[in-house]
Write a protein that binds this ligand. Structure first.
Ligand SMILES: [Zn+2]
Length: 688
């Protein structure tokens, strides 16, 4: 199973390619203490597999040593035939009839350790390089081709002893021009007779093995970890991108140093960057597996690679207790993607926070689930909560307890749980110990409740009070109230600003701030540091609203078949089609079609026409997309193209631009785009 995916960035950024920035984060050196070794795995395996990507044949043979005192269930994908199944040298049980694509064997508990020997063979699926990222995320077939093989652990391509960790040593035999990799430490390689045999060992138990192979060129070097161990760094890349290897490893080294200082020594003996023929991005212990085209994107080395390196601490080094929610994506997003933005400057960091809050606003109320229910990302709505809301929960905690206590808690959490499983409760305990505060209410409100508070700056007045100025502020929030720390910014003449943090835990509060100069205005949370549902003006409409909000109704006007398939690609919910001849729906509206008909529809229903921002390059532009607010507030998203071909050309690029408010296209290329400005909640004080 993939413990972590880098989907975080891909869905949004494949085409967006915003400027990204190199990381460095203030950090202090972690203490040199080493964590206890993980408990021995209940299953140990020695496996040999032979794979021929040309014919897609796989044959395997292995011995599993299983501990005494418990029954076992062994399962394997039904595509494989089992030639041998021996228990301590005697014939083992017969397989159950295949169910849900699996064959299974049951072994009753025994009083001593047993040796299970299994030989199996079968044919892998053909590689389908046309899968998009969303499809790859959910694809669990083992695939093979000379261009690349990917045998995910979830595909049960080798016998899996259910429900326990597996420590393994595996030898992989391939044609000589291919190389393979699995999580673990390289433990030997030899070639002969046109074949290459590579061995890996992994002692930190995995549920099953992820195997990747391809026509890789290898770049390698060694890195000395903070505790003196030698770490093998490798890039296994397709020939056309092999020249990136050194640069990628330079970046990996930078990230390893950053996180070793911030958290503690790197927990494994190796790390590799591995390329994939499909546009994927997976993180596994000791490696990241990313599409050739993904690796080429300029921001990947500066952000996603760091995110994946960090998953070796959060997600793999310490695994989330999935039954009780996945904290690892939020913490990784906070310490990677977000930390790099902070390093680039306060404005870049604010932009990221604001984008997260806009995305959340785009979900529509009631469309999200509690953070505690998040386990892994399968679609964009999950990402908004599991990655971004969670990252904001860490950010608000960081603001509340300070960087020193925050980092101390992380290091203590790492030392205690390294090599094991930990829950949100374990994190809370670590933060409570480091900050000496009761954080139960904080974690409860952010983990167990869906949604977010709606905060309003209801009124504010400033009056002179002898030598000082008194600012009386009224705040409100939606019920039931959250316990919040809210930043209020006072602006003075010449644009200077002061931020005052206030505690706010009721539905309404009157507060008094004192200033020694005359304030000109007060603004609620102008830096977007509180996770909340933005007010309409604070959350200008973005395309993503129609992608995520299941209440959205779609109207097709001209080139209906092409328009419908584009609308299906854009939205993550079932389409609700509405006839173009009927009255315009009052719900959020997605209007897709040929520009001339779109204009007629908008005019006929008295809907806002194309904003002026989209009129640039009117002569060459072939398509336009924009989201605006209708009178009454429901968003209107329009996708209009000169003709059917221009509409069809949007199918690939447009879904990646959810964060934009408007775009202009020539064919599949966005030549202009933008987001409507965000207007913070502000009250200006009259002169005098
Ligand atoms: Zn991740």
């Amino acid at each position: 199973m993939q413990r972590a995916t880098l989907g975080a960035l891909l869905g949004l950024a494949l085409a967006a390619q915003a400027a990204m920035h190199a990381p460095v984060h203030a950090a202090t050196l972690a203490s040199g203490t080493t964590a206890p070794a993980p408990a021995p795995a209940p299953v140990r395996a020695e496996i040999e597999v032979q794979i021929d990507p040309g014919t897609r044949e796989l044959s395997g043979h292995g011995t599993w040593v299983v501990s005494a005192g418990r029954p076992w269930r062994v399962s394997l994908d039904e595509r494989f035939d089992v030639q041998q199944f021996l228990v301590d040298g005697d014939p083992g049980p017969t397989a159950t009839a295949p169910a849900e694509g699996l064959r299974a064997w049951r072994l009753p508990a025994a009083g001593r350790e047993r040796h299970i020997e299994i030989a199996w063979r079968g044919r892998l699926e053909a590689l389908d390089a046309t899968l998009d990222h969303r499809a790859v995320l959910t694809h669990t077939q083992p695939v093979s081709a000379p261009r690349g093989s990917f045998l995910p652990s979830a595909a049960r391509w080798h016998p899996v002893f259910d429900g326990v960790g597996l420590a393994y040593r595996i030898a992989i035999d391939l044609p000589e021009d291919q190389r393979a990799i699995v999580p673990g430490t390289p433990a030997g390689e030899r070639t002969g007779g046109g074949r290459r045999m590579q061995t890996y060992a992994f002692e930190q138990p995995e549920s099953a093995i992820d195997l990747m192979a391809g026509p890789y060129r290898v770049t390698q070097r060694s890195f000395v970890a903070a505790d003196g161990r030698k770490i093998a760094l490798r890039a296994l890349l397709h020939p056309e991108i092999a020249d990136r290897g050194e640069g990628d490893l330079d970046a990996v080294e930078r990230y390893l140093r950053l996180y070793e200082k911030w958290i503690g020594p790197y927990p494994y003996e190796a790390f590799s960057v591995v390329s994939s023929p499909t546009p994927t991005g997976f993180g596994m212990p000791t490696l990241t597996y990313m599409g050739v085209e993904v690796l080429r994107l300029p921001f990947i080395r500066d952000t996603s690679l760091g995110h994946e390196v960090l998953h070796n601490w959060w997600g793999n080094g310490v695994r989330p207790d999935y039954a009780r929610g996945n904290w690892s994506e939020g913490l990784t997003t906070f310490m990677a993607d977000y930390a790099y933005r902070e390093q680039a400057g306060s404005e870049a960091a604010r932009e990221m926070r604001l984008a997260w809050l806009r995305d959340f606003a785009a979900l529509g109320s009631g469309a999200d689930r509690p953070l505690a229910a998040f386990t892994s990302r399968t679609h964009g709505a999950e990402q908004v909560v599991g990655y971004h809301k969670a990252a904001m929960v860490f950010l608000m905690l960081h603001d509340a307890i300070g960087a020193q206590a925050f980092d101390r808690a992380l290091r203590a959490f790492w030392l205690e749980h390294r090599g094991g499983v930990a829950s949100w409760d374990d994190l809370r305990t670590a933060f409570e110990a480091a900050s000496k505060r009761d954080l139960a209410p904080y974690f409860a409100q952010w983990l167990d409740r869906a949604g977010a508070p709606s905060l309003r700056l209801a009124s504010a007045t400033a009056v002179r009070d002898s030598a000082r100025w008194r600012v009386d502020v009224e705040l409100t929030q939606s019920a039931p109230a959250y316990r919040l720390r809210v930043p209020l910014a006072l602006r003075f003449e010449r644009g200077t600003e002061e931020t005052r943090w206030v505690d706010f835990d009721g539905e309404r509060a009157r507060l008094t701030l004192v200033a020694d100069r005359r304030p000109e205005a007060i603004t609620l949370d102008p830096q977007a540091r509180v996770f909340r549902r933005l007010a309409p003006g604070e959350a200008p409409p973005i395309l993503r609203q129609s992608m995520l909000d299941p209440a959205t109704v779609t109207v097709l006007v001209g080139a209906e078949a092409t328009g419908e398939s584009l609308a299906r690609r854009l939205t993550e919910h079932p389409l609700r089609l509405h006839p173009m001849t009927a009255a315009a729906p009052t719900q959020p509206l997605l209007l897709v079609g040929v520009a001339s008909e779109v204009e007629r529809y908008l005019a006929r229903h008295d809907l806002p026409s194309r904003p002026a921002e989209l009129n640039a390059d009117a002569g060459t532009a072939t398509a336009w997309a924009w989201t605006t607010e209708r009178r009454g507030g429901a968003p209107l998203t329009v996708v209009a193209a000169r003709d059917e071909a221009a509409l069809a050309a949007l199918a690939r690029p447009l879904p990646h631009y959810g964060r934009q408010s408007w775009l202009v296209f020539v064919g599949p290329t966005a030549i202009a785009r933008g987001t409507w400005p965000s207007r913070p909640q502000q009250i200006a004080f009259g002169g005098g």
